[in-house]
Write a protein that binds this ligand. Structure first.
Ligand code: ZN
Length: 373
């Protein structure tokens, strides 16, 4: 790794070359022409935040410590579109859980609707346990980890309730089955069905899990779609630019390697890579991206151009004036992203409600359990 550094040519002092081996980040070697490492994708950079809690800022993907939602990148780059592992994972858990829960519901309904004609008693209990247990232990696993995280972070949220509800329903059922096997007479008759088997809540645990997973899938899918809108904006900027070196040579470099003052050639039909001032040449540029005006604007030396606009039939030589996060396009993208994430006033109400709702539900459940037993 880093071996490129020795081959890096003009513009760098020797001292930099000697120090390259210890530098972990993109050091001087990153300025090498694009052609040297065509397959290397840009490293995902920037910070991650919760769509509901902008104050949460993390260096990488994860879960919000307040509400447990999956974090999303604060600055979306075109590179992240390739995979959404969170969505893939939840989708897989949902489909498998749904496939196991459907027969479970059919079994439970059959027992209720056609008492005596469907399977009941111990076979129903064992069938329910076999179908529900993988759903609870594997399908609901993300809810348990987030529920536990909410407890350690002392920020109870919907995942606390989900983890408690699913976990208690399954644990209670397992315990009652164990008691029913060892000492069936210890279970009061009203907690047994007509065949003598204990009443269990396996199907409830599985159905809650499946529905909660469906909610996660729908939410993540909606969020990845809004990210897609921003990526469509980002794609307006080309990935590379043709830089004119001090010696007159022209090389294609990645957009993020352009610095203010670089001279860039914009060929006919290309998109202008960054904001800049025209030094040489003449062309008409389609700026409809910014203005909505479809008639191209004539550009001659001294005129300003904006990254993302489309050059016409002429060639321009442009001096970069604003690059990266300072460019007009980046500012548009940032504003769109902030608008999408900005917290509706109702969210504050939702936070306050859940701060009381979740503990209240737990207290009521505990009181019910003690008084009912
Ligand atoms: Zn959050």
């Amino acid at each position: 790794m880093g071996a490129h550094g020795h081959g890096s040519h003009h513009g760098h002092h020797d001292g930099h070359v000697h120090s390259h081996a210890s530098a972990p980040g993109p050091g001087p070697a990153a300025a090498a022409p694009l052609a040297e490492d065509p397959g290397q994708a840009p490293v995902p950079s920037g910070t991650w935040t919760c769509p509901m809690h902008p104050e949460v800022v993390r260096a990488g993907p994860g879960q919000c410590p307040i509400c447990g939602m999956a974090l999303e990148p604060r600055i979306i780059t075109t590179a992240e579109e390739i995979a959404n592992p969170e969505l893939d994972e939840m989708t897989r858990r949902f489909w498998i859980s749904a496939a196991l829960s459907l027969p479970l519901v059919a079994l439970a309904m059959g027992e209720m609707l056609f008492r005596g004609t469907s399977i009941s008693g111990w076979p129903l209990v064992w069938g329910s346990a076999a179908l529900a247990t993988p759903v609870v232990l594997w399908g609901a696993w993300p809810f348990f980890t987030r529920g536990w995280a909410s407890v350690t972070a002392r920020s109870l949220n919907m995942f606390t309730l989900l983890a408690l509800g699913i976990g208690v329903a399954w644990l209670y059922s397992v315990a009652v089955v164990a008691v029913g096997l060892v000492a069936p007479e210890a279970i009061p008759p009203e907690y047994r069905d007509h065949a003598g088997a204990p009443s269990v809540y396996f199907e409830a645990a599985a159905v809650i899990t499946t529905l909660a997973l469906l909610g996660q899938v729908l939410e993540l899918r909606a969020r990845s779609r809004t990210g897609g809108a921003i990526r469509a904006l980002l794609r307006l900027a080309p990935e590379t630019a043709r830089r004119i070196e001090p010696d007159g040579a022209e090389i294609d470099v990645r957009l993020e390697q352009i610095v203010v003052g670089d001279r860039l050639r914009v060929r006919p039909g290309e998109r202008v890579p960054v904001d800049g001032t025209v030094l040489d040449g003449g062309s008409a540029v389609d700026e409809s991206m910014l203005t909505g005006e479809s008639i191209p604007v004539e550009k001659s030396p001294g005129a300003t151009v904006t990254g993302g606009t489309v050059n016409g039939t002429g060639t321009l030589v442009v001096a970069a004036t604003r690059v990266g996060a300072d460019s007009v396009l980046a500012q548009i993208v940032r504003m769109v992203g902030e608008a999408q994430r900005s917290r509706a006033p109702i969210q504050r109400v939702a936070d306050q409600v859940s701060a009381w709702f979740v503990p209240a539900v737990i207290v009521i459940a505990l009181l019910t359990f003690w008084s009912g037993g």
